[in-house]
Design a protein around this ligand. Structure first.
Ligand SMILES: Nc1ncnc2c1ncn2[C@@H]1O[C@H](COP(=O)(O)OP(=O)(O)O)[C@@H](O)[C@H]1O
Ligand SMILES: [Mg+2]
Length: 261
């Protein structure tokens, strides 16, 4: 069973520096994410998790090194419908009269030619995305009437509506109650089973842990751990020594601000 042309990595950073106004926040990033991987990116606040995602999406500049998406250099990459993105802390504010279905449909527009009516396949993809996040019974409801956790799920459905090959979620569980986190975990499991590559940024894996195939830990802009979730350093560790067997100590009062190069 030889595969003459194995699929290229979905994401390949090589010696990448990513930052703002010429100053790298993430330095020397080497990271390959292969198709079908479900990667959890962990790290304390300010360690550069969102910066990596912004670099991936072209929202923060690459100050050095290279990035390939699906084998294509980022400068030449155009196939953005293959990438779904759920940004950090995005909520739909009140006063927006859109229904859940309208919001999710807006995510499908990357696949629709301008001013063409939605085709059956597009409508089916929208319905499916709403179904997958468990909002079928709220599809016609104004988005502002949903709970925060439900709104996040609607935004995830919007990202899913384009049927991305790579789904990037930046802290989708932040401020989301336990029940909604379980629904999210189920959603990601369904997508992973269908072969979607997932990059999930989070403080703690929580209910997502069983879905994650690989865990990265970031400290002060550098990846200090890359491996299975059970050996990943706790956010409160310094990340350079791994724990085997022993649970990491918590609540030592050690702040994270002292961690750096
Ligand atoms: N737009 C920006 N301009 C300048 N500095 C930024 C910007 N966004 C983030 N930073 C800085 O980059 C560092 C990493 O931030 P971020 O990637 O958001 O961390 P995380 O997502 O892990 O909490 C922080 O020190 C933050 O202050
Ligand atoms: Mg962030």
């Amino acid at each position: 069973m030889s595969d003459p042309s194995p699929a290229p990595p979905a994401v390949a950073f090589e010696a990448a520096d990513i930052g703002y106004e010429g100053v790298p926040v993430v330095a020397g990033l080497d990271l390959e994410i292969r198709p079908g991987e479900v990667v959890g990116l962990l790290g304390p606040n300010g360690s550069g998790k969102s910066t990596i995602v912004r670099g991936l999406l072209g929202l923060a500049p690459l100050l050095g090194g290279s990035l390939r998406l699906f084998g294509e250099d980022r400068q030449r990459f155009r196939d953005w419908r293959r990438v779904g993105y759920v940004p950090q802390r995005q909520t739909v504010t009140g006063g927006v009269p859109s229904t859940v279905r309208e919001v999710v449909t807006s995510g499908r527009l990357t696949r629709v030619r301008p001013f063409q009516p939605l085709r059956v396949a597009d409508r089916a993809a929208v319905d499916h995305a709403i179904e997958v996040v468990g909002l079928a019974d709220r599809a016609g409801a104004p988005i502002a009437t949903l709970s925060g956790g439900q709104q996040r799920r609607a935004l995830i459905a919007r990202a899913l509506a384009s049927e991305p090959d790579l789904l990037v979620l930046d802290e989708p569980t932040a401020g989301v109650d336990a029940a909604n986190q379980e629904v999210l975990a189920d959603t990601l499991a369904t997508l992973a089973a269908a072969g979607t590559t997932i990059l999930l940024i989070t403080h703690e894996l929580g209910p997502m842990a069983p879905v994650i195939t690989r865990t990265l830990a970031l400290r002060a802009g550098r990846i200090v751990y890359d491996g299975p979730a059970q050996d990943a350093p706790d956010e409160h560790d310094d990340g350079w020594h791994h724990h085997h067997g022993e649970p990491p100590e918590r609540g030592t009062g050690l702040g994270l601000s002292g961690i750096g190069s």
